[in-house]
Design a protein around this ligand. Structure first.
Ligand SMILES: Nc1ncnc2c1ncn2[C@@H]1O[C@H](COP(=O)(O)OP(=O)(O)OP(=O)(O)O)[C@@H](O)[C@H]1O
Ligand SMILES: [Mg+2]
Length: 369
């Protein structure tokens, strides 16, 4: 089973660089999501790995086979790369039954009738649509059609499955259901999944690794939970997590061996989890605080309730704090009165300090209250 190695991959359209010098390794049986804002180059990367778009330069290796190398003039066509695709518009053949939609490709590959029959039944079971084999696409719901499209793509046992926003045509409930199915499917097949989305929640919940991109470059390539806790830049912190992370502009003060940070003009001691590799100098910073780390209580800083959004399991509380609005998540059934004063602390060892100029993560740690 293949590991995919991508080296110095670049795609230019005329003078415009859509993908700039991409270097990543996708582990065998990984579920990698390409995540990032519209136009950042996700689809282009996917199409280059699949063989549908020719890179300008770089090398792509699938398993032991170099499938593209600009220097050696190697370019293996998509149908020889052992890959399958599922796109946003998963056109099924309308005049064919579900069974036939799935079996058709295998017939073209000259599979034996009995093997085809077994494989189609296996897939219908796997996708939990075994009672739908005789129906036509027009007789199926959107989610059922999507399952058939996935079954059809999986039928010839592709080693790599490419998906470009496959759930974006479905309503919210179906999306959630299909997300669960895709994750289960990934666990039950041997295939490596490469999945494009601009939905951070989809990327978080499905992936073994997120390849977060911006303007044609990789910003961070880590597991979802690692990226959430240890974003390398302000962009990464901001793109991942919902509600989004709070950013407070501040200053880092060096006091002997100690770090201090200003919050609402008051200095607080900051204890880093790891000592930064290089000693840090005083500078302007941005403090990154996840909403769940703003703890409402009886002491600490004071804020005013700007808005309270209870949803049962949790309440999203927006607090006016000086000129800033901070978002807090309070768990349980609770509501807050508009404009009332509340106390809060910032309680976590996962507070992130970014350099205000470079926007890079310079340390993580605890604010001492
Ligand atoms: N054939 C093309 N010719 C010229 N420019 C292109 C071509 N294909 C893509 N681009 C440009 O390359 C950039 C990356 O496009 P791409 O489709 O990879 O973005 P994306 O991240 O998939 O965006 P979205 O989330 O909107 O689908 C965009 O600025 C796009 O306009
Ligand atoms: Mg795209």
């Amino acid at each position: 089973m293949p590991k995919i190695t991508i080296e110095n991959l670049t795609k230019k359209f005329g003078n415009f660089t859509a993908v700039n010098n991409l270097n990543i390794v996708i582990e065998d049986r990984g579920f990698v999501t390409l995540l990032g804002p519209s136009g950042c180059g996700k689809t282009t990367v996917l199409r280059m790995i699949a063989g549908l778009t020719d890179p300008t330069s770089g090398r792509i290796t699938i398993g032991d086979t170099v499938v593209f190398d600009s220097e050696r003039n190697i370019n293996v066509p998509p149908d020889k790369r052992d890959v399958g695709f599922i796109f946003q518009n998963y056109a099924l053949w309308p005049h064919m039954t579900v069974y036939k939609n799935i079996s058709f490709g295998l017939e073209n590959l000259k599979w034996k009738k009995e093997d085809i029959d077994n494989r189609v039944k296996e897939l219908l079971d796997l996708m939990q649509i075994s009672e739908l084999g005789g129906r036509y696409p027009s007789e199926l719901s959107g989610g059922q059609q999507q399952r058939v499209a996935i079954a059809r793509t999986l039928a010839p046992h592709p080693k790599i499955l490419f998906m470009d926003e496959p759930l974006s045509n479905l309503d919210a409930k179906l999306r959630l259901e299909m997300r669960t199915e895709l994750k289960r499917l990934h666990a039950e097949t041997d295939a490596t999944f490469i999945y494009v989305t601009h939905d951070q929640l989809e990327a978080m919940t499905l992936a073994t690794k997120i390849c977060l991109m911006n303007a044609g470059e990789v910003v961070q390539y880590d597991s979802p939970l690692y990226t959430y806790a240890h974003p390398v830049t302000v962009f990464s912190a901001d793109f991942i997590g919902n509600p989004t992370i709070n950013f407070l502009k501040s200053e880092l003060i060096i006091d002997g061996n100690e770090y201090k940070i200003l919050i609402g003009d008051k200095p607080f001691a900051f204890k880093p989890v790891k000592t930064p590799r290089k000693p840090l100098s005083a500078r302007n910073i941005v403090i990154g605080i996840r909403p769940e780390h703003i703890k409402i209580g009886t002491k600490g800083l004071k804020g005013k309730v700007y808005s309270s959004l209870p949803s049962g399991m949790e309440t999203i509380l927006l607090l006016k704090f000086g000129k800033e609005i901070l978002t807090s998540v309070v768990f349980g059934i609770i509501d807050f009165e508009y404009n009332s004063e509340v106390n809060f602390t910032i309680g976590s060892d996962n507070i992130i300090i970014f350099d205000a100029e470079t926007e890079k993560n310079i340390m993580e740690g605890t604010i001492v209250f």
